[in-house]
Write a protein that binds this ligand. Structure first.
Ligand code: ADP
Ligand code: ZN
Length: 312
């Protein structure tokens, strides 16, 4: 039987019905995550999207519900533990609330961890060691090592977004200073650009209004030096971060996904070049850095992969 897969991001919500072969039978997404209205409003929107996906797929019998959400969260209880990208989601029993609506079994997982498993199963890569990094509203990662999802002692391992890249660096939403997420995330790209504008009101970004990472990318491509500097800083930090990952895990593949990777080559190429130049030569030779083929559906496919994995 297929599974229902739900994806909770800081920018968008998505739902889909996914077969055991990883085929998306139906999918829906919301234009935005209604963050200001609190978790209940967002979860009720998520449930609506799930109902729409089930209706579109012809109301199939489903084997389970998989839910991907920004961490930290407890995948054993399905409780969300105050992710920086989801303000007010402190101790929210997402798993229980979803199960009350659709029925158990319902499995909740860190969205990047889920996407790593989705890429491993259905990415078409045919490798046993894969690290997935999502550059979206936030920044997170997941690790498949020797063909198995790496979980760690508290089931929340592979949390790569909060690796410190500058111990005296920017304040991160997690409370620490200088985490990768404080630089490599859509939120930080937009925020750093807004800060840079205070000194450089001549930038073409000045006319935009409320900035997004997408604006920064488009103006960088258009030749604006302020946007360009933010973009280059972001890819330089991400490239070095990927080099560390390549040394530590020696993956066959580092897969990049999430909304910011819609920028395509101008994100991938500098990151790939920096990472493979900076990593230890044997590890670098064994590895490649690529973009996910799944685009916006990577979160839904990941949540589905988690549901199948936990059912097995
Ligand atoms: P979520 O975090 O909810 O899963 P996404 O993965 O879609 O959402 O990521 C949203 C982020 O992606 C936003 O910061 C947005 O500005 C950024 N983004 C979307 N399209 C592009 C693009 N073409 N280039 C760069 N950034 C983009
Ligand atoms: Zn942090």
């Amino acid at each position: 039987a297929p599974v229902l897969a739900l994806d909770v991001g800081g920018t968008k919500l998505a739902a889909g019905v996914v077969s055991a072969e990883g085929t998306l039978l139906s999918s829906f997404r919301s234009a935005e995550t209604p963050l200001a209205a609190g978790p209940e409003a967002a979860i009720s929107r998520l449930v609506d999207l799930g109902e729409k996906a089930l209706a579109e797929a012809g109301h199939p019998e489903i084997a389970a519900v998989g839910v991907g959400c920004g961490g930290p969260l407890d995948p054993r209880t399905g409780v969300i533990l105050g992710p920086p990208g989801l303000p007010g989601w402190d101790e929210v029993p997402l798993g229980r609330l979803v199960a009350e609506h659709f029925g158990p079994p319902t499995y909740v997982e860190n969205d990047a961890t889920a996407a790593a498993l989705g890429e491993y199963r259905w990415g078409g890569w045919n490798v046993e060691n894969l690290v997935y990094l999502t550059v979206s509203t936030g920044f997170g990662g997941g690790v498949v090592a020797d063909g198995k999802l790496f979980r760690g002692a508290a089931d929340q391992g592979g949390e790569l977004g909060h690796v410190v890249v500058d111990w005296q660096g920017r304040q991160c939403g997690c409370g620490a200073r200088g985490c990768a997420e404080a630089y490599v995330s859509g939120t930080s790209i937009a925020r750093r650009a807004a800060e840079a504008l205070l000194d450089r009101p001549d930038s073409s970004l000045a006319g935009v209004g409320t900035l997004t990472a997408k604006d920064v990318f488009e103006h960088a491509r258009g030749g604006d030096p302020v946007a360009r500097a933010i973009w280059d800083e972001t890819t330089a930090i991400l490239g070095r971060m990927v080099a560390v990952i390549v040394n530590v895990w020696e993956p066959d593949l580092v897969v990049l996904g999430g909304g910011v990777t819609r920028a395509g080559g101008p994100l991938l190429e500098p990151v790939r070049e920096t990472a493979l130049r900076q990593a230890m030569p044997p590890a670098a030779k064994a590895c490649d850095v690529v973009l996910s083929h799944h685009g916006d559906t990577v979160g839904v496919l990941g949540a589905a992969a988690i549901a199948y994995d936990r059912l097995e």
